[in-house]
Design a binder for this molecule. Structure first.
Ligand code: ZN
Length: 466
């Protein structure tokens, strides 16, 4: 070896390690992970402050079992009467947001968010979705599902029924179902998932996709028969291990926060003895004796009527895109119910919910002396203009206002139309609940029947607008 080569070798051997390697070893640090304070087991998605009452006896039980619970409200609940003060509209919403937070804080739930939806006094879910700015609300809810990473989502059953059937309640169930299917999809709202591109990134959110494992519904319907055996039931009379109170009592104590909505009711129960309060809280006017859920979907097995957490084990699962069932075969010329009725048929198909209970025929409860609208879709898939004729059979005393007769439908067209019916008044003195009555709409073309649509309608003294 030459002297120079020997010198170079010595220099190499005594040289310190390259600076780059040394720096990496010193500065290695764990990349930040999702914030565990917001991880939940149950995410409740409802419309208005006080709607959480539809699930509070079960939530109290789940908290006893050390489940983590978070809640999303669709609106602040700014409409309706104020029983506690003069404030109305936006000011009332600001109060009701606090009442909702306080009600949940009573149970120990503090991770509570409000979407930017607005109250919509109607039974039509499509009006509520429009008034909630559907796309924006869905984006907000998908963000909250990714932030809270729920194992299970609980929400109102999306469907139309004889009951209160509030459009906003239905909208919360629609959004929750959509978010269940989208939150785990990296192609949906990808800006929420992208990592930061600079320090203090102001736009990209660095969330991760999250696929919830199960979704359960509670119906906003009067009838219970079609939901029986479709999900688990939990007694509201059982005694909580933590508070030594029955779950209905914990739910009622939580409900006391809703002074602007229920002051007169709360004043009334202040005059009752314990036995009377229990009777009221565990009757059908309260929480009944058991809280009933309907299984929407489970991606982790478990039986239909088994515990809500049956089959749920810790850790993420992969995205499950819903099984979309095929479009039903339709004749070349058809007439069918439109509006929320046809939407829900499409919705159940698109979200793999074809087993979700829904009434056949379709039904609704409406206030007497109002105009009922029967929305219809007319489809002509033939290559020629077709004439259809619409007729309606109504119960005695109901008056057809418009929408029947002959209508030409252009070739390859899909058109909306509606029949309007003036409903008879229900006397204020009426004490009996009236039985639903049936309307039949018939569509004919060239003397041949093409469709027959039935709708059951219950008349009430008071009901939300259609
Ligand atoms: Zn409500």
């Amino acid at each position: 070896m030459s002297r120079i080569a020997r010198l170079l070798l010595i220099v190499f051997l005594v040289m310190p390690l390259p600076k780059l390697v040394a720096q990496e070893a010193q500065e290695a640090k764990v990349l930040p992970l999702p914030d565990e304070r917001y991880k939940t087991d149950i995410l409740l998605v409802v419309a208005h402050p006080d709607d959480e009452g539809a699930a509070t006896p079960y939530l109290a039980r789940a908290l006893d079992e050390h489940k983590r619970v978070a809640v999303v409200f669709g609106t602040q609940g700014s409409s309706g009467a104020n029983e506690a003060g003069a404030e109305q509209a936006g000011a009332l919403g600001a109060i009701r947001e606090i009442e909702g937070r306080n009600a949940l804080a009573t149970l120990g739930i503090t991770n509570v968010w409000f979407l930017a939806g607005k109250d919509t006094a109607s039974q039509n879910v499509l009006r509520s979705l429009a008034n909630w700015d559907h796309g924006f609300s869905l984006e907000q809810l998908v963000r909250l599902v990714r932030l809270t990473r729920p194992e299970v989502i609980l929400t109102f059953l999306p469907g139309t029924f004889i009951g209160e059937d509030h459009g906003d309640h239905q909208a919360s169930g629609v959004l929750a179902t959509e978010a269940f299917d989208l939150a785990g999809d990296p192609a949906s709202f990808p800006e929420q998932l992208a990592g930061p591109t600079k320090r203090l990134e102001p736009l990209l959110e660095n969330l991760r996709p999250w696929q919830p494992k199960k979704i359960y519904y509670f119906p906003d319907a009067d009838r219970e028969d079609i939901f029986r055996g479709k999900g688990p039931e939990y007694s509201v009379k059982e005694i909580s291990k933590s508070s030594k109170q029955p779950y209905w009592r914990m739910a009622l104590d939580s409900f006391r926060a809703h002074q602007t909505q229920a002051k007169s009711f709360l004043d009334k129960i202040a005059q009752m003895d314990e036995a009377q309060i229990e009777k009221m809280a565990t009757s059908d006017g309260g929480w009944s004796d058991a809280q009933k859920f309907v299984l929407g979907k489970s991606l982790v097995g478990g039986s239909v009527t088994g515990d809500i957490f049956d089959g749920v084990t810790p850790g993420a699962i992969s995205l499950a895109r819903p099984d979309v069932s095929p479009e039903p075969a339709r004749p070349e010329l058809s007439v069918e119910l439109g509006g929320p009725y046809s939407f829900y048929a499409e919705f159940r198909r698109a979200h793999g919910l074809t087993n979700l209970p829904h009434p056949e025929p379709s039904e609704i409860a409406l206030q007497g002396h109002t105009v009922m609208v029967i929305p219809l879709w007319v489809r002509n898939r033939t290559g020629k203009m077709q004439e259809i004729s619409l007729t309606a059979s109504l119960p005695a005393g109901w008056t057809l206002q418009s929408g029947t007769g002959k209508f030409p439908v252009a070739a390859k067209q899909w058109a909306a139309t509606r029949i309007e019916v003036l409903l008879p008044a229900v006397p204020e003195t009426e004490t009996k609940k009236t039985e639903p009555q049936e309307i039949t709409v018939r569509a004919d073309s060239k003397g041949q029947s093409i469709s027959e649509i039935k709708l059951r309608v219950e008349l009430r003294k008071r009901a939300l607008p259609q």
